[in-house]
Design a protein around this ligand. Structure first.
Ligand SMILES: Nc1nc2c(c(=O)[nH]1)N[C@H]1C(S)=C(S)[C@@H](COP(=O)(O)OP(=O)(O)OC[C@H]3O[C@@H](n4cnc5c(=O)[nH]c(N)nc54)[C@H](O)[C@@H]3O)O[C@H]1N2
Ligand SMILES: Nc1nc2c(c(=O)[nH]1)N[C@H]1C(S)=C(S)[C@@H](COP(=O)(O)OP(=O)(O)OC[C@H]3O[C@@H](n4cnc5c(=O)[nH]c(N)nc54)[C@H](O)[C@@H]3O)O[C@H]1N2
Ligand code: SF4
Ligand SMILES: [Mo]
Length: 906
């Protein structure tokens, strides 16, 4: 019997409602919830494949683990011992060194209830504000921007504005990849009404940009100059709303004095774009009936991210593009519960329910509600400073939950040094093979998507229920439970009341959180689990006397500042923290791919999700590559002042000359190094402390690695991946991926043939060493080819192959790969399996994952005259989740009216 459980997707901030299907404690399927107001039944490629990520417990954290000393291996222990140990070690360190000697580093992927108890533990029991989260890397500039401009955090807009907007400005957001279901809503609105204008501000021509009416491919980091140039045009053309400015804002004249220095021509020059394009953008924005801006990491992840937010918000305020349907500055949240984290005050610089640590009245309110005294008035350390403090010993113990900082923090070598240096590290994880887990003294196994219950808040301030469909595997427990169990033990050590953490359920936690919001801007006094059950997901604020939540804020022009006026801030354009120079001449941009999620602990379990981008690549402009003698697929060395790694080259005209792009996703789990953050830098924004993850200066050189290996084997891909993972770091380049349901593919390269490594890989993969193995060695050409047969060649099925040697001799790799993929008995003589023309076509990229349609099928159809509708009808691509739609359109050559020469007025 199939059970259906209503829940929410655990990936992005769109917050799609999902119906999880399960049978006998196993998740069997998932559908979009037709009644959820975020997605109305839609899901993207990642959401649709969630059940596939939950099929196996390989690499899941199933039992608590501990190690006796730093050099010892971790061993399984009971929950009681693990919880007692964490509490005792924290208590000891707090007693010896004070509360600020411990820290908590948590995540926007925790549920609100998990987040709440962590925050209460740190701020209310330990009395340290050293609790920060990966949202510092993600949303903190948006938080600073909103607070400085409007007096309170949170977007004024809602998802219905996507359909009501007449001009949509995407600023540093690749929504086609990062918020796909909302992008579907925008696509549909524009199809219905093609007069809607899209402007995309992004140094890269992303799939989002390729669909725009106007793509402003600005130089990295120049957004403030662009927005000021646009505002300059609107001011001196008399297009600002002086009445609104006078009645509802302050600080305009100071900003105007600064904007005077950014005439459009000069601003366009700073941005590296045409002046007429800047003017066109200003016209479409300023004169629109409703202009909506959608912004994300291209603005936030900057050493001037707050300024970028403020300059964009200033455009909205000056033209009164706010407070009515379809208008407003809409910060898209990345993680499923980045908003919930902000609500419970889950950052080192804030208190519960949007209160401030530095405000004695706010502290007193929280003290009264929690029944405690002496909340710390000292702001805690934000992420980058926190790990620096761990590194230099000021912080002795750190508890990390639901995030993988050894991968995702900038300059992550520094973070690894910090973790190696810490006295005590706790990692609360659902999966064991992340780059952070090896540093753990204690691993606390957490239940994860489909197994846990609580609430999350999406980008439009909408609170949805998350429900468990199946029991957690092994002894994994929900995050809120783990935290309260440690908190009770720690309270006992500290002589504090254990009662304060005696929550019986997530609902009890939610009710306490709700009480703290009453009277605040995010008041949810009227909301409860029962109401969410009866009325479905609701937006905040939702006060006790309200019949529903509030879709839009500040519609009356009254803002959350003390005097009710929104504030302009006199910000100026500042360049990126690390300028390109002759030694490091390239601008490195980083970001996301369509089908992978962050460190890939979940998406990396599904073969299908590798098809769109099988290996970690560096994208470079074709001309730049030709000038350096690089070809598509070449391995290149990417080096910054901090670190280096080898990536395969992808040539494209999507990046500008002098700029390269690397995805953030790969880590030590799927490659030999800790990923692109070995090269990024920890420069942060002065207001938000958010690091500049979007930009670093790098040098790109050839990676001279003549020894190559290509191997693949059929079997349980997760088990094989786990066995191979520890070997990856030993090679100069190594990447592993899953193909289909049961193939693991490994590629490696190095300067010399490594002694013994191939044999260890052979054994890790479980290749046979009997007559089921056929091996061919050519010492002269230093070539070694192996094929493994199912059983002993009886039925002729290949189960694996490996080929290694000098690059020149490697031509047979593709043909063996094809023979393995064919999964049919080999017909010829055994030894002939090695022979074949090397002309086997390299594997095609899959564009449509739902229907398995490849790039070459699409290009062939397009060459024969197919348009997007014909592609859908003929090949079926783009007809299920729609995530490939933007790419299909781009492949059809539907190029946007970029750099429209004419200046139209709307
Ligand atoms: N598929 C997928 N979706 C995701 C995630 C994922 O891992 N995978 N993660 C989620 C999370 S947590 C987040 S935060 C969001 C992020 O969502 P987005 O911010 O939309 O995604 P990114 O690719 O990080 O960055 C967006 C764009 O910023 C551009 N950019 C770089 N520098 C600049 C600049 O100086 N100015 C401007 N204007 N643009 C610049 C980059 O070229 C990039 O295309 O995605 C969420 N959704
Ligand atoms: N260069 C570069 N770096 C970046 C970015 C970028 O654009 N460029 N983006 C930054 C941004 S915006 C973000 S948000 C971060 C994301 O960076 P991380 O937070 O490090 O990313 P994830 O891989 O999602 O980490 C979540 C971890 O939680 C685990 N997990 C999953 N479910 C549960 C659960 O229910 N409970 C517990 N306890 N654990 C669970 C997962 O296995 C995973 O290891 O990366 C940042 N780093
Ligand atoms: S858009 Fe995709 S990843 Fe984001 S919540 Fe919806 S289904 Fe999940
Ligand atoms: Mo994020």
């Amino acid at each position: 019997m199939t059970t259906v459980t209503r829940s929410t997707c655990c990936y992005c901030g769109v917050g799609c409602g999902m119906l999880i299907e399960s049978e006998d404690g196993r998740i069997t399927g998932v559908k979009g919830d037709p009644d959820h107001p975020a997605n109305y039944g839609r899901l993207c490629s990642k959401g649709m494949t969630l059940p596939l990520t939950a099929q196996s417990t390989v690499n899941r954290a199933l039992v608590p683990e501990m190690r006796a000393t730093r050099d010892a291996a971790r061993e399984a222990v009971g929950w009681d011992l693990a919880l007692d140990t964490v509490a005792a070690r924290f208590a000891g360190i707090i007693e010896r060194h004070g509360p600020d000697a411990v820290a908590f580093y948590v995540s926007g992927q925790l549920l609100t209830e998990d987040y709440y108890v962590f925050n209460k533990l740190a701020k209310g029991l330990v009395r340290t504000n050293n609790i920060d989260t990966n949202s510092r890397l993600c949303m903190s500039s948006a938080v600073s921007g909103y607070k400085m401009a409007f007096g309170a955090d949170g977007p004024p807009t809602c998802y219905d504005d996507l359909e009501a907007a007449r001009t949509v400005l995407f600023a540093g957001s690749n929504m086609a990849y990062a918020h796909p279901v909302l992008f579907r809503r925008l696509e549909e609105a524009k199809t219905r009404d093609p007069s809607i204008k899209w402007i995309v501000v992004d140094p890269r021509r992303t799939d989002t940009a390729a669909m725009a009416d106007l793509h402003l491919a600005i130089e990295p980091g120049t957004d403030v100059a662009l927005f000021h140039g646009m505002l300059h045009h609107l001011i001196w053309d008399g297009r600002v709303d002086r009445a609104f400015i006078d009645a509802h804002t302050e600080g305009f004249d100071a900003l105007k004095a600064i904007v005077r220095d950014y005439p459009p021509r000069f601003a366009a020059e700073l941005c590296g774009i045409e002046e007429r394009d800047l003017l066109q953008a200003a016209e479409w924005f300023g004169a629109s009936e409703a202009a909506l801006s959608l912004y994300c990491m291209g603005l936030n992840q900057s050493s001037h991210g707050t300024d970028k937010n403020l300059a964009l918000i200033a455009l909205h305020l000056a033209t009164r593009q706010i407070g009515r349907p379809g208008a407003g500055p809409f910060s898209l949240t990345g993680q499923p519960n980045a908003m919930g984290g902000r609500e419970v005050g889950g950052l080192a610089t804030m208190l519960a329910a949007h209160r401030d640590i530095g405000n004695p009245d706010h502290r007193a309110e929280v003290e009264a509600l929690w029944g405690v005294r002496g909340l710390s008035a000292r702001p805690g350390l934000p992420a980058v400073d926190m790990f620096d403090a761990v590194r230099d010993g000021r912080i002795k113990a750190i508890w990390i939950a639901c995030t993988n900082p050894a991968h995702s923090m900038p300059d992550n070598t520094r973070v690894r040094e910090a973790l190696a240096n810490a006295e005590f590290v706790v990692v609360q994880e659902a999966f064991l093979n992340t780059d952070t887990v090896p540093y753990a003294d204690v691993v606390l196994p957490a239940s994860s998507w489909g197994e846990k219950a609580g609430t999350v808040t999406n980008s439009e301030r909408r609170i949805s229920r998350v429900r468990a469909a199946i029991p957690a595997p092994g002894q994994a427990r929900p995050d809120w439970w783990i935290v309260t169990e440690v908190a009770k033990r720690l309270a006992a050590h500290m002589g504090a009341s254990v009662e304060r953490f005696a929550f019986a359920s997530p609902e009890a936690v939610f009710d306490e959180h709700r009480a703290l919001t009453v009277g605040r801007d995010l008041d949810i006094g009227g909301l409860s689990y029962a109401k969410l059950e009866a009325q479905g997901p609701q937006q905040w604020p939702y006060t006790a006397d309200a019949a529903s939540g509030q879709a839009r804020r500040y519609a009356d022009g009254v803002f959350a500042t003390a005097n009710g006026r929104a504030r302009f801030h006199p910000v100026t354009y500042q360049p990126v923290a690390e300028k390109a120079d002759p030694r490091f001449p390239f601008h490195l941009l980083t970001g996301r791919l369509r089908d992978q999620w962050h460190g890939m602990t979940r998406t990396g379990r599904v073969g299908r999700l590798f098809e769109h981008a099988p290996e970690p690549m560096l994208t470079m402009r074709r001309e730049d590559a030709v000038r350096r003698g690089f070809r598509e697929g070449d391995l290149v060395n990417v080096a910054s002042r901090r670190g280096e790694l080898v990536l395969a080259l992808q040539l494209s005209d999507e990046v500008a000359s002098g700029t390269v792009f690397a995805p953030m996703h790969w880590s030590g789990q799927f490659m030999n190094r800790g990923g692109i953050n070995e090269t990024t830098l920890a420069a942060v924004d002065p207001h938000s402390a958010q690091p500049e993850l979007k930009h670093a200066a790098v040098r790109i050189g050839p990676a001279r690695l003549p020894w190559r290996l290509m191997a693949a084997k059929r079997g349980d891909p997760l088990a094989m991946q786990a066995a191979v993972q520890p070997l990856l770091a030993e090679r100069r380049y190594a990447a592993v991926r899953i193909e289909g349901d049961d193939l693991l593919v490994i590629r490696a390269a190095d300067t010399n043939a490594p002694a013994q490594w191939v044999e260890r890989l052979h054994d890790a993969l479980g290749l046979p060493r009997n007559e089921a193995l056929l091996q061919y060695r050519d010492a002269q050409r230093s070539l070694d080819k192996r094929v493994a047969w199912r059983d002993t060649y009886v039925d002729g099925f290949l189960t694996a192959h490996a080929i290694e040697g000098d690059a020149a001799g490697n031509a047979g790799g593709d043909i063996l790969m094809e023979r393995l993929r064919a999964n049919a008995p080999w017909q010829g003589p055994r030894h002939a399996v090695f022979i074949g023309s090397a002309a086997a076509a390299p594997r095609d990229r899959t564009v449509c994952q739902c229907k398995g349609v490849s790039a070459s099928q699409i290009t062939t159809a397009v060459a024969a005259g197919a348009d997007i509708d014909a592609l859908k009808a003929k090949l079926g691509c783009g007809t299920v989740c729609g995530s490939c739609g933007p790419e299909l359109r781009r492949m059809c050559g539907a190029t946007p009216a970029v750099a429209a020469a004419r200046l139209e007025t709307v």
